[in-house]
Design a protein around this ligand. Structure first.
Ligand code: FAD
Length: 313
């Protein structure tokens, strides 16, 4: 069976949840090989093996992460040339899509982004036009390069061999053409990252600026907190939490919209969520057209009741 390369998403060595999902998907296509770029591969290797990685290719050279994403594309291009993998899976976030695009050019291969499912072939399901269409597609030239959205599979454990190999890569001048000069870690909220969370609870203009019931409900569920643009524009919540066309695209197992009308631009960021629940006091609100469960009511009454109900379980 051919190898399937999986670019591991991590933050300072801490493996992010989509990595386990992508290793699970890789097992449908061949033998998963994790590609870990940056410090921390040694620590992560048991976890990666537990989710099925037969091989772990590590690049600990700090230059790999100092020059934005171009060096990562070079690492993958080198591995594609050497290993002739059946596919390369990359996280479908902003950095991952750029890595995928650079890799596709370098290897003269087809690229599929915003993929929400991958089956043998590999045949992918993509969510396109801001989630309005679902498209089945496959790469017909070169090595399939597939950018997979978070929450596209439930992570399943499997005992991979976890054979560890440190790669030595010398980056081209082109890959080092831009350099990160400073970076500041985000203040930790203690909540999961919005685009990776299995549950997202979002608040809109209906909160009137008081996000406390939204946050309390989110914390009871271990969820991330999102916001509509109206709430962000009003300065009630940071832009990094905006869900929608000009914000982040989320695809959690459960999306709860509280006090959000359901404008097309908001839907563009959340309509691929597996289960959608809305709380809105206007029964005519457009959000009710796409929900699985709707509650017509005041969020300041409904959310505390829901929070107590979950806590009491
Ligand atoms: P509103 O539309 O004002 O809806 C508030 C809702 O809250 C109403 O349905 C009301 O019935 C309900 N409500 C009020 N009080 C309560 C209560 N106490 N309990 C329960 N319900 C209550 N929007 C985004 O969200 N994300 C984007 O990325 C985005 N990008 C955009 C890009 C462009 C180019 C443009 C033009 C617009 C964009 N928008 C985006 C804005 C979008 O069109 C809407 O204006 C916005 O989504 C509305 O936010 P909202 O639903 O919170 O507010």
């Amino acid at each position: 069976m051919a190898e399937v390369l999986v670019l591991i998403d991590h933050a300072n060595g801490e493996v992010k949840k989509p990595a386990a999902e992508m290793l699970t998907i890789a097992r449908r296509l061949g033998e998963p090989s994790a590609v870990f770029i940056g410090p921390g591969a040694e620590t992560a290797k048991d976890l990666l093996a537990r989710y099925g990685a037969d091989k772990i290719y590590a690049v600990s050279d700090p230059a790999a992460l100092e020059h934005l994403v171009a060096p990562q594309a070079e690492v993958l291009a080198q591995l594609v040339a050497e290993k002739q993998p059946a596919a390369v899976l990359i996280p479908s976030n902003a950095a991952g899509k750029e890595i995928g695009a650079r890799l596709a050019v370098k290897t003269e291969s087809g690229l599929l982004t915003d993929v929400v499912d991958v089956q043998a072939g590999p045949v992918t399901t993509q969510s396109v036009f801001a989630g309005s269409y679902s498209v089945q597609a496959k790469v017909t030239k070169g090595t399939p390069i597939i950018c997979v959205k978070p929450n596209s599979a439930a992570p399943e454990q499997a005992n991979g061999a976890g054979a560890f190999e440190e790669l030595s890569v010398s980056f081209t001048d082109g890959a080092k053409a831009a350099k990160i000069t400073a970076s500041e870690p985000k203040k930790a909220s203690g909540r999961p990252e919005l685009t990776e969370a299995a549950i997202v609870v979002s608040g809109g203009r209906g909160t009137g600026g008081d996000f406390s019931p939204v946050e309390a409900f989110a914390d009871t569920l271990g969820a991330a907190v999102g916001a509509s643009r109206a709430a962000v524009d009003a300065g009630w919540y940071p832009h990094s939490s905006q869900v929608g066309q000009t914000g982040k695209q989320v695809s959690p197992q459960l999306y709860v919209a509280a006090g959000i009308s359901g404008a097309i631009q908001h839907r563009a960021g959340m309509q691929t969520s597996k289960t959608i629940v809305a709380i809105n006091k206007d029964e005519e609100a457009p959000i009710f057209e796409l929900v699985d469960f709707g509650v017509v009511g005041d969020l300041f009454t409904v959310l505390p009741q829901a929070t107590d109900a979950v806590k009491g379980k």
